[in-house]
Design a protein around this ligand. Structure first.
Ligand SMILES: Cc1cc2nc3c(=O)[nH]c(=O)nc-3n(C[C@H](O)[C@H](O)[C@H](O)COP(=O)(O)O)c2cc1C
Length: 176
């Protein structure tokens, strides 16, 4: 069983980035288990003074979930040509932990006009020693389509691309 942790960079209740990750859960092959991380809104602001021997409980939980995953699937919006603050806050908590380096990452972008977000995330994630699987990453024109997770999964084009992307990602994880 390959275990993936899905991380949305949006806190919106009806978020396209969260929805595409829910579609991934529906499309995952039987031998792939995808869990959606739901703790982003509750993470404390990153403070190196708190990142010692006893980090906050929610950070311990986050790091455990990262450590237990064979790979991460990230779908994140672009805010003001940057990474949303709450998502960057989570990444900052992962900079110095032992669980994150070499973690395989699949990047999904739900809006082609947000052309900066993938390079921005790549820069930060590579600096954090993640293994971004670039050939599996994909951009889907979902913005404005008002599709729910079922609608994305059932759409021949979007569902097909997500399925292929997940398959390439899992192959890359298991090839090492
Ligand atoms: C504060 C804010 C800033 C944004 N800045 C950008 C931007 O710089 N470039 C862009 O392409 N979209 C920008 N957007 C649009 C979002 O990236 C877009 O609506 C995205 O699909 C929202 O994702 P969600 O549905 O998962 O919340 C911005 C949206 C907000 C709320």
């Amino acid at each position: 069983m390959t275990k993936l942790l899905a991380l949305s960079g949006s806190l919106r209740a009806v978020s396209m980035n969260k929805t595409v990750l829910e579609a991934c859960i529906k499309l995952a092959p039987a031998e792939v288990d995808i869990t959606l991380y739901n703790g982003l809104a509750g993470l404390p602001p990153f403070n190196p003074d708190l990142d010692g021997d006893n980090p906050p409980k929610k950070i311990v939980t986050l790091r455990k979930q990262i450590g237990a995953a064979d790979g991460l699937v990230i779908s994140c919006p672009e805010y003001a040509h940057g990474i949303p603050g709450s998502f960057k806050n989570m990444l900052d908590w992962l900079v110095s932990c032992v669980e994150f380096p070499e973690k395989p990452v699949l990047l999904i972008n739900t809006s082609p006009q947000s052309e900066r977000i993938i390079p921005l995330l790549m820069e930060v994630l590579m600096t954090m020693s993640a293994r971004v699987v670039s050939n599996a990453s994909l951009t889907l024109p979902l913005k404005g389509r008002k599709l729910d997770a079922d609608g994305i999964a059932r759409n021949a084009e979007f569902g097909g691309q997500l399925r292929d992307s997940l398959a390439s990602f899992v192959d890359a994880i298991n090839a090492v």
